[in-house]
Design a protein around this ligand. Structure first.
Ligand code: GLY
Length: 284
């Protein structure tokens, strides 16, 4: 792998632990899937609104949205409103709700909670959690072979109505990739899905814009229309350029309790001995 970037500082440890995998011949899709699975399977990431420790919906059980996309082939796979704790990624289709769970069982995935009502929150989520929309998003790039892949995963807005699907797993909304680049985002999915920001960024990259400028242009346009919207984006192009932008002014990492004056994302390149946390520019 030449480059990995991930939304929010909470993915720092997982990216650091996967360095050996990134230095192997593994595909970008597998690198993305493997890293996301590690975080999804670890209950400590629940307060980051990801995986099996995540906050439940208003009926008390978790429903996940997750997706993965390969830029070279445009293969896409997603699950939305999936209840039960699976590690699931299929690269060809979008499945939702009970059908997604049924597909997982038919394909040999083990469910820890087979019905929604057996799924229990691991802790009580409070007032502030309901304002969180953090989404794990990851981009992996290998220039040799022009490989680029993007994936996202979230347990979605805390206390959401059962069946609510946000932006995350929607192609063009929470993620997009083509042969030129990839983008993904985090934030208030009910609003974000109106703007198709990931598609917009990748479209600008395809026209020759560098990822940093593309991210800024898209976030600025969205901000001009809705200056209350929380959105954070990362992107990369096939040449190895990367960028990010957000409307986030202040954020506390739920894992480390560290405070950031903006949107912290994680960057790893093959020349680094350790990943770095970078702060994205904001718009006004
Ligand atoms: N962006 C995650 C969500 O709103 O569900």
């Amino acid at each position: 792998m030449d480059l990995i970037i991930g939304t929010w500082s909470f993915c720092f440890d997982a990216i650091r632990q996967k360095e050996e995998l990134y230095r192997s011949e593994t595909s970008c899709l597998d690198a993305v899937e493997n890293t996301i699975n590690q975080i999804e399977g670890d209950e400590r990431y629940g307060p980051c609104i990801v995986g099996r420790g995540g906050p439940p919906n208003s009926a008390g059980y978790r429903e996940y949205d997750a997706a993965i996309m390969d830029g070279r082939t445009l293969k896409f796979g997603a699950v939305t409103a999936l209840s039960g704790d699976y590690n699931l990624a299929d690269h060809h289709k979008m499945l939702t709700g009970e059908g997604a769970g049924q597909f997982a069982l038919e394909n040999g995935f083990r469910a820890e909670c087979e019905t929604p009502h057996q799924s229990k929150p691991v802790r009580n989520f409070g007032e502030n959690d309901s304002k969180s929309h953090d989404t794990l998003g990851l981009i992996a790039l290998r220039q040799k072979g022009s490989e680029i892949a993007v994936g996202v995963s979230t347990s979605g807005a805390p206390g959401k109505h059962p069946g609510r699907v946000g932006d995350s797993a929607l192609p063009g909304g929470g993620l997009y990739a083509n042969a030129h680049g990839a983008a993904c985002c985090s934030g208030d999915g009910d609003e974000i899905l109106k703007f198709c920001p990931s598609f917009h960024i990748v479209h600008l990259i395809s026209q020759g814009m560098v990822p940093e400028e593309a991210c800024k242009e898209v976030v600025q346009k969205i901000y001009n229309q809705n200056n209350q919207l929380e959105i954070a984006l990362i992107a990369a192009d096939i040449k190895g350029n990367y960028g990010a932008c957000s409307t986030v002014r202040s954020w506390n990492d739920p894992l480390t309790q560290k405070h950031y004056e903006g949107f912290p994302y994680v960057l790893w390149t093959k020349d680094m001995t350790c990943p770095e946390i970078q702060l994205a520019p904001t718009v006004s």
